[in-house]
Design a protein around this ligand. Structure first.
Ligand SMILES: Cc1cc2nc3c(=O)[nH]c(=O)nc-3n(C[C@H](O)[C@H](O)[C@H](O)COP(=O)(O)O)c2cc1C
Ligand code: SF4
Ligand code: SF4
Length: 263
């Protein structure tokens, strides 16, 4: 049994029952769990008008199930949101300002409600703030097999031989690296998109890094030697370099063509 249900608060509206895809809730003779299956999606908690349902996993969180969204309607309009999205540009020039723990705490609020496959919340995040040379070398040692294909990797070889932080083509002058691990790469991609947009709204910036992710594809085992704390069955499937932008873009490019087919 996954739920705590307060029959006193229940007004028998049936909304919890109607929203449960596993038919885990019955109103007969009074609201109760049917022991079919529950993947703790929390939709019954979210929809109940009186806060009569809570998930047992939230018991210790002191979470008031009567809390509602701040407003019925979103504060952000469609036009404002599209404007935010169109302001995306990869940032590769950064100031030396540190990204503080307080800033990260605020940034990672964007993951409080990030969707994950089967609601497993099977997501591990590592922020690399120190030993950037060591980490870069670890990645380089794995991806150097692809040197002939990529100028970025060939240029990285020069940095490895002669470390000058302005010449690190893995980070450019990014302060930190945010790495996302999961068994399901979609989970990390979605979370990373949230991080990027939230970072932008907070005045931070950065860029997604495909070369770091390439290391996982080339030699997952060797990559994971750097992360003994992470379950090795998880894969690194998103990397985001972050910092305080040194530059400010003024305009978007014309809309890029995306092939959309309706069949
Ligand atoms: C990568 C991924 C795959 C998912 N696949 C399915 C799916 O096949 N069927 C489904 O009903 N929901 C699917 N979901 C939705 C999740 O079950 C849902 O996001 C999670 O239960 C959290 O609920 P919420 O999205 O309402 O916050 C998927 C979500 C993600 C991120
Ligand atoms: S948490 Fe989701 S699956 Fe479980 S009873 Fe509620 S709606 Fe159904
Ligand atoms: S949604 Fe809440 S009030 Fe409505 S039937 Fe379910 S428990 Fe009762």
């Amino acid at each position: 049994m996954k739920l705590n249900i307060d029959p006193v608060r229940c007004v028998r509206c049936g909304l919890c029952q109607s929203v449960c895809i596993f038919n885990n809730i019955s109103l007969d003779p009074e609201v109760h769990e049917t022991e079919t299956e529950c993947f703790e999606c929390g939709h019954c908690v979210s929809i109940c008008p009186t806060g009569a349902i809570n998930l047992k996993i939230y018991e210790d969180l002191n979470y008031d199930t009567r809390n509602k969204y701040k407003t019925d309607k979103l504060d952000v309009t469609y036009d404002e949101y599209i404007d935010v999205l169109n302001r995306h540009r990869s940032i590769r020039y950064f100031t030396k300002e540190d990204v503080t723990p307080q800033t990260y705490e605020k940034l990672f609020k964007c993951l409080d409600n990030t969707p994950t496959a089967s609601n497993m919340q099977d997501l591990d995040i590592v922020v690399i703030k120190s030993d950037l040379y060591e980490f870069t070398k670890h990645i380089y040692d794995i991806i150097k097999t692809k040197s002939s294909d990529f100028l970025t990797i060939r240029n990285l070889a020069k940095y490895i031989e002669n470390p000058d932080e302005n010449q690190n083509t893995l980070l450019y002058t990014g302060r930190d690296i945010i790495l996302l691990f999961s068994k399901n790469p979609q989970d990390t991609t979605i979370a990373c998109g949230r991080i990027e947009i939230t970072a932008q709204l907070m005045g931070l910036g950065g860029f997604y890094n495909g070369f770091i992710v390439m290391a996982d594809e080339i030699d997952h085992e060797k990559l994971m030697e750097y992360f003994p704390e992470i379950d090795p069955s998880k894969h690194l499937s998103c990397a985001y370099i972050i910092g305080h932008p040194k530059i400010k873009f003024k305009r978007p490019l014309p809309p890029r063509k995306v092939n959309i087919t309706y069949k």
